[in-house]
Design a binder for this molecule. Structure first.
Ligand code: NAP
Length: 242
């Protein structure tokens, strides 16, 4: 049976993805900054789906560790799902270098480093799914640090997909809309009608991996919302104030 790697398996969407992958028969590598926080999840997955689960320590900002992590990861995964992300505090980022670095490194530099170091170890036929965001499509005044990092990550994933096609490795650029998770719990928008559950988004991600989709908007209607947003002139976006 094949193995899948879920980076940042403590994320609410990542937990739901792990369940979907295990239900589909994958053995799992799960990572977290503090792997002890994943031990109950790992045990639950083993019992529920009769799969093997290995837990590893991985901080996406600790780029010096990534080459040894990638080289020592056995069995080799055939599916890689990059979940790590950090919304951050946009106002704080405007005046604090550490907050700026944390947003850029957790959403761009770190995920790029982990995936780039894993690529040479992946067999042909592998699939990489990078979780970006619709926030990267048209960064807004209230969230432009996070939005710009996700925009960069989406672009990098799109380029990587073209680069790896001849090697038989597929890359999915995943763009969720608003999802009810720890990340958005404090935001009024997360209580709105367009908000999806982590389970719905996870089902779409695993389906996109299976179907080797290039870009996934999840739920589907965000493709059309973002098409309209991208066509809007800046003065209209400016009036939306968020
Ligand atoms: N929720 C939404 O509306 C939404 C929308 C679009 C895209 N997304 C993206 O979906 C992904 C999952 O987010 P979520 O909504 O499930 O939120 P979440 O539960 O807050 O998950 C965020 C994850 O990122 C991990 N993380 C943060 N800093 C890290 C670091 N330095 N190294 C490794 N992992 C780190 C966290 O790990 P710890 O447990 O160690 O903190 C956690 O597992 C993120 O990439 C997010 O940007 C979310």
């Amino acid at each position: 049976m094949a193995w899948a790697l879920v980076v940042s398996g403590t994320s609410d969407i990542g937990r739901a993805v792990a369940h979907r992958l295990a239900a589909a028969g994958y053995h799992l590598h799960l990572t977290a900054r503090r792997p002890d926080t994943l031990h109950d999840d790992a045990q639950d997955l083993r019992i529920r789906y009769e799969v093997e689960v290995k837990v590893h320590a991985l901080d996406v900002r600790d780029t010096a560790h990534h080459p040894s992590f990638a080289a020592e990861l056995t069995p080799r995964p055939e599916v890689v799902v990059m979940m790590a992300g950090y919304l951050g505090d946009n106002d704080l980022a405007e005046r604090d270098a550490e907050e700026r670095a944390r947003i850029m490194e957790t959403n761009y530099n770190g995920p790029v480093s982990v995936i780039a170091t894993l690529v040479p170890h992946l067999p042909a036929g592998s699939v990489i799914a990078g979780i970006s965001s619709v926030a990267g499509e048209r960064p807004r005044a209230s969230l432009y640090y996070y939005g710009s990092a996700k925009r960069g990550f989406s672009g990098w994933l799109d380029g990587l997909r073209m680069r790896l096609k001849p090697k038989g490795i597929h890359v999915v650029t995943v763009k969720p809309g608003v999802v009810a998770t720890k990340m958005t719990a404090h935001l009024p928008i997360a209580r709105g009608p367009l908000t999806a559950t982590p389970e719905k988004v996870a089902a779409d991600i695993v389906n996109a991996i299976r179907k080797r989709k290039a870009t996934l908007y999840t739920p589907w209607f965000w493709r059309w919302i973002m098409l309209v947003m991208k066509l809007m002139p800046e003065f209209v976006i400016q009036r939306m104030k968020a």
